[in-house]
Design a protein around this ligand. Structure first.
Ligand code: FES
Ligand code: FE2
Length: 455
């Protein structure tokens, strides 16, 4: 029985075999509280890119599910992720969004923590605590950290698999995302701070949408009718001009049982570069050169052209605009979206400017495309709450039974399913993993556990 006390998640609230999912998983408070225990603490969550904290002492505040964390680089160049929460009474020890420091002093009673998380200063240590407080036991709570080509993920659970194993067969697709346009693993650079905004919908709507909802393109008809991309032709993607002539298959890729999703295209094997930024010579030359380098570096595998995806549970990335972000839960009915945008560090300024202007038009709260999406998600959420409406499941059955393993080229193989054109297999894989986690109660909730504390 699930933690909501009534029904199991797998097979009941989430009935993958029937292609049906209960609307309650988006709106029910008890289910939401289960998610906070059973989904987020066990998962690797994206906290930032290392270029956001380039120097020793640099920090930014980030977020894991509902909680604030400090993402910093200590004096010895090591990266940490700490719960931004004083061990004394829970005050935020850091209240600045970004900065450079060697220590964090809690504003409440002034406990002081080092940039390595150790409790190093306690007022009234002699007269108040009589030197009996063991500072070594009361440092900041630190998460596990994985640095994947500069993208930093963190996880609270010691039992969760290492990050690369956690990615499973998504690695090919996420590696492709992490590569620069020339196919190397050089440096990306985040620019413009962190976009943060709130949307009145459950956090899973954005996660599943970015994971593979090609079906919703009709809702973007208005942005497809204008010149939104820098390519100078109608459309909203940088790659529209290329892919119209190059595309062999549009693919949804779901990774099971991990529940991650990717989407993109497989090009024909005889494609050539098409001019994309014809009115900007420097930009055109840059991308043409990158394109050629990528082809010669990757060979056959350069035929894969990724569009983006979702790393279970709430991390989504987009190629083209090179964005990376999280769908942060704020109760069942609200999501705080955090997103960063990146450009190749060594690219000419003209290229960076084009990308910067493009993402502002495309994604985020100012982006015309994402404004369509926000309208969709908010309305879908409202539609899941109605007294009558919530008695009826959502339909997730598109493409059921038509998933094809290892198709259409063997290097997209592994435990990966690919479906031509549109399908909801990605969403089914995502919610199957979600339901499995939700049916598994947490093992430890207190630190130290009462038995240990009594020893
Ligand atoms: S809450 Fe931080 S020192 Fe008291
Ligand atoms: Fe969209």
């Amino acid at each position: 029985m699930g933690g909501n006390g009534l029904r199991r998640y797998t097979g009941d609230l989430v009935n993958i075999d029937a292609g049906r999912i209960s609307r309650d998983i988006f709106t029910d408070q008890a289910i939401y509280e289960d998610e906070l225990e059973r989904i987020f603490p066990r998962s690797w969550l994206f906290v930032g890119h290392e270029s956001q904290i380039p120097e020793p002492g640099d920090f930014i505040l980030s977020r894991m599910a509902e909680e604030s964390v400090i993402f910093n680089r200590d004096r010895n160049d090591n990266i940490h992720v700490f719960l931004n929460n004083c061990r004394h009474r829970g005050m935020r020890v850091c209240r600045a969004d970004t900065g450079n420091t060697r220590k964090f002093m809690c504003p409440f009673h002034a406990w002081v923590f080092s940039d390595e998380g150790a409790l190093v200063g306690v007022p009234k240590m002699e007269t108040g605590y009589h030197n009996e407080l063991d500072k070594s036991e009361w440092g900041l709570i630190e998460a596990r950290v994985a640095n994947y080509y500069g993208y930093i993920f963190a996880c609270w659970d010691e039992e969760t698999l290492d990050f690369e194993t956690y990615l499973g067969d998504l690695r090919f697709y996420f590696d492709d995302y992490c590569e620069l346009p020339d196919g190397t693993h050089g440096d990306w650079e985040a620019f413009g701070g962190v976009f943060k905004w709130r949307v009145p919908c459950n956090w899973k709507f954005g996660a599943e949408n970015f994971g593979g909802d090609y079906y919703h393109n009709p809702s973007h008809a208005s942005v497809d009718a204008v010149v939104l991309s820098p390519a100078g032709v109608k459309g909203r993607h940088t790659y529209d001009a290329i892919t119209k002539a190059r595309e062999l298959y549009k693919l949804n890729i779901c990774v099971t049982p991990e529940g991650h999703n990717a989407r993109g295209e497989l090009f024909k094997d005889d494609y050539e570069y098409l001019p994309t930024y014809q009115e900007m010579a420097v930009v055109e030359d840059y991308f043409r050169d990158c394109y050629k380098q990528r082809q010669s570096r990757l060979g056959e595998k350069a035929r894969w052209f990724g569009h983006g995806g979702t790393i279970f549970p709430n991390v989504s990335y987009s190629n083209g605009v090179q964005s990376m972000g999280t769908w942060n839960p704020c109760g069942p009915h609200e999501t705080e979206i955090w997103r960063i945008f990146l450009a190749p560090k060594a690219a000419p300024d003209e290229v960076k400017n084009v990308l910067r202007h493009y993402v502002i038009r495309y994604q985020g709260p100012s982006g015309l495309t994402e404004q369509d999406d926000m309208e969709n998600w908010g309305s879908a959420h409202e539609g899941a709450r109605g007294t009558i409406a919530r008695r009826y499941d959502f339909h997730y059955g598109m493409g059921m039974g038509y998933e094809r393993k290892g198709w259409p080229v063997d290097w997209l193989g592994g435990n990966v399913s690919a479906t031509e054109d549109v399908s909801e297999q990605n969403q089914r894989a995502y919610y199957a993993r979600w339901a499995k986690n939700m049916d598994t109660p947490p093992t430890a909730r207190r630190h130290p556990k009462p038995a240990e504390a009594a020893e």
